[in-house]
Design a binder for this molecule. Structure first.
Ligand code: ADP
Length: 334
């Protein structure tokens, strides 16, 4: 697994559970979302009703699952977890919905990946707390209405644009999570170090934060690798030199770029004079699949302002040249 991957792999979920904030007050950053969500939950509590359905959108690793768990905890109700890809038939969803109790929070991760028929069933469930279960096929099929106790749906998506309008409209509250600022990641790293019981200096923490690509999941993962290094090759203290040595070893540089990111920039600048270069050519030149370059390396490089997509191909910006320690070519004079 890439150290800079914002998605969690299976084993990581268990480690992460220990580091998750348990209440809204413990959540670092995302001040506006915290504030708005706090209000929505408090109002629901006072009315003694399940809160409106909540849609959480944003890139992986920014805290969507964490917030879903907090919503359930703050409402003192159980959280039921599922995901879009797990719901392939409407019947899968009917089974989940019919097992809910009043006030339960149902978390559907990657909600944009649910099947169409399930999606349509979900509209009805969200709005009327009722679904029609179709029994049989063809002319003999009958729809049996099924009542569902009022519940709160919390949907998470990395691609809000892929959600059909009718589904999006049925959420009473939508929160978009943003990448974190370095000082917020610094706070998260400190908090996690405390929970892991490791000794971290403030410079060490800042170093980890600045290489974490604005993403708490990556910050926590880098922290664990720096801890390994500190315990095996140093005196156990996560200081600045230890953090630097550990992250250099794992090839995550000062700006959070990994080996593939740097390879893309390197080829673009040194071999193609900064571009424009087509994505396929770029992929061949770094020895990767086109999809890997496009989906794994490119989004972060674009976000960092180092790479631009143009109709004629990918172009390195001056920031890319500077990052490689090169001088950008002079702009043509008009
Ligand atoms: P997502 O569901 O968006 O992929 P998660 O909620 O699983 O992200 O968060 C990934 C990890 O990052 C969790 O282990 C959690 O500890 C940490 N994390 C995310 N957001 C925050 C935050 N605001 N404050 C502290 N830790 C956070």
């Amino acid at each position: 697994q890439r150290l800079t991957d914002a998605e969690a792999d299976g084993d990581e979920r268990a480690v992460e559970a220990a580091l998750r904030p348990k209440t809204l007050d413990e959540v670092v950053g995302q001040a506006r979302v915290r504030d708005q969500l706090g209000l929505v939950l408090e109002a629901a509590r006072r009315r003694g009703r399940a809160p409106d359905h909540v849609l959480l959108s944003g890139p992986p690793g920014l805290g969507k699952t964490t917030l879903a768990m907090i919503i359930a905890a703050e409402m003192s109700t159980p959280l039921r977890l599922t995901s879009g890809p797990a719901i392939t038939h409407a019947g899968d969803l009917a089974a989940i919905l019919s097992g809910l109790n009043e006030g339960d929070v149902l978390f559907v991760d990657e909600i944009h990946r649910m099947s169409r028929p399930a999606e349509e069933m979900l509209y009805m469930a969200m709005e009327d707390f009722r679904v029609d279960v179709v029994i049989g096929k063809g002319p003999g099929a009958t729809a049996i209405p099924l009542e569902i106790p009022p519940f709160t749906l919390v949907g998470a998506t990395t691609r809000v644009g892929l959600l059909p309008g009718p589904l999006r409209d049925r959420f009473g509250f939508t929160a978009h999570l943003e990448f974190y600022e370095p000082h917020e990641l610094d706070q998260i790293v400190h908090r996690s170090a405390g929970l892991l019981g490791v000794h971290l200096t403030s410079e060490g923490s800042k170093e980890i934060a600045s290489r974490s690509r604005g993403t708490p999941r990556i910050a926590n993962r880098l922290l664990r690798r720096v801890r390994d290094y500190a315990q095996v090759r140093a005196d156990g203290v996560l200081s600045l030199p230890v953090a630097q040595a550990a992250l250099d070893l794992f090839e995550v540089d000062e700006s959070g770029l990994d080996r593939l990111d740097r390879a893309v920039l390197d080829v673009l600048c040194r071999r193609f004079g900064g571009g424009p270069v087509g994505i396929s050519t770029l992929a061949v030149a770094v020895g990767e699949e086109r999809e890997t370059v496009e989906e794994v390396a490119e989004p972060f490089l674009v976000r960092m302002g180092m790479l631009a997509r143009t109709p004629r191909g990918r172009v390195a910006t001056p920031a890319a040249w500077h990052h490689l320690g090169l001088t950008p070519p002079a702009l043509p004079t008009v």
